[in-house]
Design a protein around this ligand. Structure first.
Ligand code: NAD
Ligand code: ZN
Length: 346
């Protein structure tokens, strides 16, 4: 079958032929409906060196945002998993036995340090192919909802949802302000989730004017890029500052912008893996404010994200690419030319 393969560190992926996988015990073979191209993949194949934090060992098929139809099941899979039905795939895979994994919180696996990292499309073969094998209990049913535009929900939906849920207490109480920086795959869905879950004023920014316009259509007010960005953000909060900021870039400059606009007691969530750093000390930050990073999400949160999708509260904006155009999707992602999320439809 055709597949997009991460062959070596700091090497653009290859579109090549690989053998179709077979489902092992407890696994399902999915015929892929859609596989989203996430910016983290660019870090995996372009930025990370062998041994650097976050680096995954090649080779494997890329694609960690996947949906598809069940083609075949391995031994021991429940009859409730229906052949031909459409599902979304939870990507993180922990040991499956610790306190966290048995709750579907694979990102918090207590044995991660002593295991090879094996998430779908990030260590083990992913969905940028005609078929992928996944754990049956990591499937979330999509019912009759469109499986192709659902694919990004597996990461570009789940990751902002998880970050926003953790920060929700900061957005309750009325008169609250949220900030979203970086309005690509994650950021656009993040704005939709903030709109659906809170009444907060959503302030959003991106280098790209078209991304800002899209965020406005999703219910945000925007500020352009520029040296006076912090002042512009503060003005939109009438001087109060931001109660919960979500940095979907994570560069030094974006963290500084978010930190510079925080309210007392506010929370800054660094979601983007731009490797920026931030000084935190008693006098350099608003009193009783928080800085956190967040990583992906849990199985039950993915069920919640699918509910919001089926209810029309999340509407991923997708560009569709055929398998033979899959590498073009990554070229456009690197160049900052994708609107919303590029999804490969094999
Ligand atoms: P994307 O390429 O789709 O979108 C990034 C957006 O940020 C683009 O619209 C771009 O114009 C904008 N941008 C870039 N630099 C900027 C700057 N300095 N100021 C303002 N806007 C800027 O990327 P994505 O797939 O949405 O991923 C976003 C980030 O989140 C990446 O770093 C990715 O690796 C990371 N990520 C983290 C997790 C996690 O679990 N924490 C999960 C998925 C992705
Ligand atoms: Zn575990």
């Amino acid at each position: 079958m055709r597949a997009v393969v991460f062959e070596d560190y700091q090497t653009f992926p290859a579109l090549t032929d690989v053998e179709a996988p077979e489902p092992g015990p407890g696994e399902v073979l999915l015929k892929v409906a859609g596989a989203g191209a996430c910016h983290s993949d660019v870090s995996v194949y372009h930025t990370f060196e062998k041994g650097s934090p976050g680096a995954q060992k090649p080779p494997f098929v890329l694609g960690h945002e996947n949906s598809g139809w069940v083609e075949r099941v391995g031994t021991g899979v429940s009859e409730r998993i229906k052949i031909g039905a459409a599902y979304l795939v939870y990507g993180p895979i922990g040991c499956q036995h610790c306190r966290q994994c048995v709750q579907g919180k694979d990102t918090y696996c207590e044995n991660a340090a002593t295991m090879p990292y094996q998430a779908v499309g990030l260590g083990r073969d992913g969905g940028m192919a005609e078929y992928v094998t996944v754990l049956a209990h990591h499937l979330v049913p999509l019912g009759d909802a469109d499986p192709v535009s659902a694919a990004p929900l597996a990461d570009a939906g789940l990751t902002p949802y998880h970050a926003i849920k953790r920060a929700l207490p900061h957005l309750q109480g009325g008169g609250r302000y949220a900030l979203a920086i970086g309005l690509g795959g994650l950021g656009q869905i993040g704005v939709q989730i903030l709109r659906a879950l809170t009444g907060a004023t959503i302030i959003a920014t991106d280098l790209r004017a078209d991304a800002r316009e899209q965020a406005e259509a999703n219910g945000a007010v925007t500020v352009p890029d520029g040296d006076d960005q912090v002042e512009q953000i503060l003005e939109k909060t009438h001087g109060r500052g931001i109660d919960a900021a979500f940095d979907f870039v994570g560069a030094g400059s974006t963290i500084a912008t978010a930190a510079g606009a925080m309210a007392q007691g506010g929370a800054l969530s660094v979601v983007g893996i731009g490797s920026g750093t931030h000084e935190f000390s008693f006098f350099t930050n608003p009193y009783e404010s928080y800085v956190t990073n967040t990583y992906w999400g849990t199985v039950s949160e993915l069920w919640e994200v699918v509910d919001m999708y089926r209810a029309g509260q999340i509407r991923p904006q997708v560009e569709r690419y055929g398998m033979e155009q899959a590498l073009e999707a990554y070229r456009r992602l690197e160049a900052g030319e994708v609107n919303g999320r590029a999804v490969v439809v094999p």
